[in-house]
Design a protein around this ligand. Structure first.
Ligand code: PLP
Length: 602
């Protein structure tokens, strides 16, 4: 049998001898403690299918389905993992757990007079890994009202607390692998101020980087448009479609549980990656463009009216201009623009002067996709908030290149695209502060976003479900989480410092080429070196570089206003990622230099 039995409402088992009624039974406690100790560093791994040492011999009832297979995302090269790979062990943990319908009126039936209370839920008996995020039925899917209040002893929070209480750290032992008696014999190694970043090892994680184009090794310098995908992501997608694929949230079958777990765990991964307070603050969308349109159509329609002001910067991608123009047209609001200096940095004093008590929203890019300018968003947010405005950060070009902590920043909204951070296309994220999302109406109607529908009216889910009408991009959300885990394991600080050095190297190499003009020279830049070359249209440079296997973007980069600020319609835009090398930059510089000296130059 593969369908987990519907086992009722998740209420705690009846009191068990001397144990308080809210605690799980002794067998479950023993098993949890066993899992905890097994999870400690230095403990031998328990292979799939090995009986849980914390279980009695007969601990797994024969009629329960086998545990879901563990996912095995490929381990990236570079520093050791900083976070555990995503598994769908949580799905296995859910065997025998109750299915929760999404309609609140049904959810409360069990407490209605005349409705028999459901049988106590059996504690999960086959848990391959300690439950990292809980089974979605129990721990509360963001945006999906749980059927029953969380019961102590069940769900991930309680699971985590029990082993903690059961296994106090031995006093005085700081490192499990150091014998305190012989600690003085352990040699002290000097701290390496430049932690290893082995770009060649990292490159082996990206199969496409071994491609040849026009007989030359591919040099991918179009990362601002989209990034390449590591095996960890490719394999995760294969695994999802091979073993987990199902629609989510409403089905009492195994694959729906696996897919829902994977999707909701992906939401938790995103929340953790950007420092959000909770997974409820994460809305899955198609990408940055859709995220910004969502805010304009939902929050904007509710909060912006005639004469109100929306402030953007001159640097914006069209995705952060057009939705606000549309909103302004519909409402009679006014769009104001923060100017930039010659280097391409926003002028903070001019920004401050633009704000008024009519300013309702400030929406700016963290990193300009056309120039690479890193905008001081902490100041932008602080100044915007002081004026009483909400602040949206377009982080499409920053999330892949530098650590972001939305809670520390205090942004009201932040948007990014999965495909620019080594994840799949068609998936992206809108982060919204909990209070702000809670106050927003849905922007699209349909399935999934509702709690209850009659022919007369609909009741909506709370955020984030309210904003995810229809079947979402389930597999790619899971793929995005694999990408974020991958980046996390390498470390964004390492990535940022490696890329910074590479950007300086590329800038220095290109700057000296005769006839080359850099466009965007701000002191603080990331990833992008935009330029024009005298005698060539940007597209001609792009085509010539392609002949040498070098992929760069040439055009307006969907940021026409900022290019026109410099009297240009297009630039050549190499953009870097952490898998690019100094050798690749040398090849680029040499190719552009050859073009600059070619006699046929106009
Ligand atoms: C700064 C910025 N914002 C928004 C976008 C739009 O992203 P997407 O096309 O993934 O929605 C991009 C894409 O290049 C971008 O660079």
């Amino acid at each position: 049998m593969t369908t987990p039995p519907a086992t009722g409402n998740g209420a705690a088992p009846a009191g068990n001898g001397s144990l308080p009624a809210w605690l799980p039974d002794e067998q479950t406690l023993t098993r949890m403690a066993g899992e905890f100790f097994r999870a400690l560093p230095g403990q031998p791994p328990v292979p799939d299918g090995t009986p849980d040492p914390g279980l009695p011999a007969n601990g797994t009832p024969a009629d329960l389905p086998p545990p879901a297979p563990r996912s095995r995302p490929s381990t990236p090269s570079g520093p050791p993992p900083t976070s555990a790979p995503v598994t769908h062990g949580a799905a296995a943990a859910g065997h025998g757990l109750p299915f929760v319908p999404e309609i609140p009126t049904l959810m409360n039936l069990a407490s209605q007079p005349g409705v028999p209370a459901a049988a106590p839920t059996a504690a999960p008996t086959a848990m391959p890994t300690p439950d990292p995020g809980g089974f979605y039925f129990l721990s509360g899917v963001p945006g999906y009202t749980p059927a029953m209040p969380a019961t102590p002893g069940f769900g991930h929070a309680a699971t985590a607390s029990i082993p903690e209480a059961a296994a106090p750290a031995p006093a005085g032992a700081h490192f499990y692998f150091v014998d305190p008696e012989r600690a003085s014999e352990v040699p002290e190694l000097p701290l390496d101020p430049h932690p290893a970043f082995d770009v060649h090892a990292v490159r082996r994680d990206f199969p496409i980087l071994s491609e040849r184009v026009n007989g030359r090794p591919l040099i991918w310098l179009d990362n601002a448009a989209t990034t390449q995908k590591p095996n960890a992501v490719i394999e995760r997608l294969v695994e999802f479609y091979s073993r987990e694929n199902s629609n989510i949230h409403r089905a009492a079958h195994e694959l729906a549980a696996r897919a829902t777990d994977a999707y909701e765990n992906a939401r938790r991964t995103v929340a953790k990656f950007i420092g959000a307070g909770s997974a409820e603050e994460i809305v899955f969308v198609r990408g940055t463009t859709e995220a910004i349109n969502l805010v304009a159509k939902s929050w904007g329609a509710q909060h912006i009216g005639q004469g109100d002001e929306i402030v953007i910067s001159h640097l914006e991608h069209h995705a952060n201009i057009v939705p606000w123009q549309m909103l302004a047209e519909q409402t009679g609001a006014v769009l104001k623009v923060i100017p930039v200096d010659e280097s391409g940095q926003v002028l903070l004093d001019r920004y401050t002067a633009l704000l008024s008590d009519r300013t309702k929203l400030v929406a700016v890019a963290h990193v300009s996709n056309a120039l690479g300018t890193v905008v001081p968003i902490s100041e932008i947010i602080e100044i915007g908030h002081r004026a009483g405005a909400k602040v949206l950060i377009d982080a499409a070009q920053s999330v892949p290149h530098m650590p972001i902590d939305v809670a520390a920043l205090g942004a009201d909204f932040l948007a990014f695209s999965g495909h620019k951070i080594f994840g799949p296309t068609g998936i992206g994220v809108l982060y919204g502060r909990e209070e702000v999302l809670a106050d927003m109406p849905p922007w699209e109607g349909g399935g999934n976003m509702i709690a209850d529908v009659t022919l007369e009216r609909s009741i909506y889910q709370p955020p984030p479900g309210r904003f995810e009408a229809g079947t979402g991009n389930i597999a790619d959300a899971v793929g995005l989480a694999a990408a974020l885990d991958y980046v996390d394991r390498i470390g964004l600080s390492q990535i940022a410092s490696y890329e910074h050095a590479l950007l300086e190297y590329a800038t220095a190499g290109l700057r000296d080429i005769p006839g080359l003009r850099l466009v965007g020279t701000a002191a603080d830049k990331a990833s992008v070196v935009s330029f024009v070359l005298e005698g060539y249209e940007p597209v001609e440079v792009g085509t010539a570089l392609n002949e040498e296997g070098i992929a760069v973007r040439a055009g307006h980069h969907c940021a026409q206003p900022i290019l026109r600020r410099y009297g240009l319609e297009a630039t050549v835009r190499p953009s870097l990622a952490f898998y690019n090398t100094h050798d690749e930059v040398d090849t680029l510089v040499a190719a552009v230099r050859r073009l600059s000296t070619r006699t046929g130059r106009r």
